[in-house]
Design a binder for this molecule. Structure first.
Ligand SMILES: [Zn+2]
Length: 77
């Protein structure tokens, strides 16, 4: 039963995270603590790093390949 409640709370945390345009969980907890949002439960929101959109946004781009050959062409003056 505790696992079901935990899973339900995790889903609700994710729902509020998406609803607030992917704001971080620290700020959601601040809003909940001070009661600044109507309908937002005052429980502690948890981050399980399972948001695909946030994970994609934090990915770094692949680096460029290193140049192994140096061009020695002389440009006309
Ligand atoms: Zn997100």
């Amino acid at each position: 039963m505790a696992v079901v409640k935990s899973t339900m709370w995790l889903l609700q945390s994710t729902k509020w995270h998406r609803r607030m345009t992917h704001v971080n969980f620290k700020n959601i907890n601040k809003l909940a603590k001070h009661g600044l949002v109507n309908g937002l439960p005052s429980k502690l929101f948890t981050n399980e790093h399972n948001c695909v959109a946030c994970n994609k946004g934090k990915q770094h781009k692949a680096s460029y390949k290193a140049i192994t050959a140096v061009s020695t062409t002389v440009l006309p003056a």
